[in-house]
Design a protein around this ligand. Structure first.
Ligand SMILES: NC(=O)c1ccc[n+]([C@@H]2O[C@H](COP(=O)([O-])OP(=O)(O)OC[C@H]3O[C@@H](n4cnc5c(N)ncnc54)[C@H](O)[C@@H]3O)[C@@H](O)[C@H]2O)c1
Length: 241
């Protein structure tokens, strides 16, 4: 029970990586509040759009009112829209991608800091991507948003180290991971491209949501108390090449 008595908020928890993290955290003893655009059945659900600041204010108030504390925030909500080469991407696609992937994360970090500082401990985990490290020509807005996530994580970590000792901010950067978002994208690829993508990874396969959850668990737990500003790649060796 690595997260016994801890209270966690996980965004994007209705699907994929966020859902796997919420499930793993619950199995490790945490009280998990799932925040998502989609309403999902179950306990402790908060329906919200992470890009709207008022939603964050009411989420944090609700969690503090009900549980008295918030120990962990995982910012996993994210989108990857079609027609995303730099030429094809419309201003609307660019704005929405940034609003969810970057503004939403920024707002989450901003609003969770005050209660974590009062407690004297806390762990913020941002879900980035290998595409914050290496680019993909087919994903201009997405790649740019994930590049921003990397620097937001570091800036937040440094601010916390100076002003809120005990509160940490780190990032997990997955490779192509078999979630609904990824399955939709794979379904559009020409036959054979999936295998090529798998073999582009030194470990010869794509990621699994449970593997991202395992990395998030480590960063959420007290075992990682010396770690802040880190980017934990879970990429099967993809970016080592
Ligand atoms: N799957 C991959 O290959 C992969 C790789 C690297 C990084 N990531 C990142 O992991 C995170 C999760 O991706 P996933 O593959 O699990 O996707 P997914 O589509 O399976 O799940 C994303 C969840 O986010 C929610 N969401 C979307 N917009 C939202 C908003 N505005 N407010 C609240 N919730 C919102 C969706 O409803 C959904 O439940 C994303 O940040 C994504 O960029 C995924």
């Amino acid at each position: 029970m690595k997260l016994a008595s801890k209270v966690a908020i996980v965004t994007g928890a209705a699907s994929g990586i966020g859902a796997a993290i919420a499930e793993r955290f619950r199995s490790e003893g945490a009280m998990v509040v799932s925040a998502d655009l989609e309403a999902i059945p179950g306990p402790e659900i908060h329906k919200m759009d992470v890009s709207v600041e008022e939603g964050w204010v009411s989420l944090i108030l609700e969690v503090l009112g009900r549980h008295g504390r918030v120990d962990i925030l995982v910012n996993a909500a994210g989108i990857s829209l079609n027609e995303d080469t730099v030429e094809a991407c419309t201003p609307e696609t660019l704005a929405r991608t940034f609003a969810v992937n970057l503004d939403g994360m920024f707002l989450g970090c901003k609003h969770v800091i005050a209660p974590m500082r009062r407690q004297g401990n806390g762990s913020i985990i941002n879900i980035g991507s290998i595409l914050g490290r290496v680019a993909d020509g087919a994903s201009a807005a997405y790649t740019a948003s994930k590049g921003g996530v990397g620097m937001l994580t570091k800036s937040t970590a440094l601010h916390l180290a100076r002003t809120a000792l005990g509160v940490r901010c780190n990032q997990v950067s997955p490779t192509y991971t078999l979630t609904p978002m990824m399955e939709r994208w794979l379904a559009e690829l020409p036959a054979g491209n999936r295998r090529a993508l798998e073999t582009a990874h030194p470990l010869g396969r794509l990621g699994r949501p449970q593997e991202i959850a395992a990395a998030a668990l480590f960063l959420a737990s007290d075992e990682s108390q010396a770690i802040t500003g880190a980017d934990f790649l879970v990429d099967g060796g993809y970016t080592a090449q």
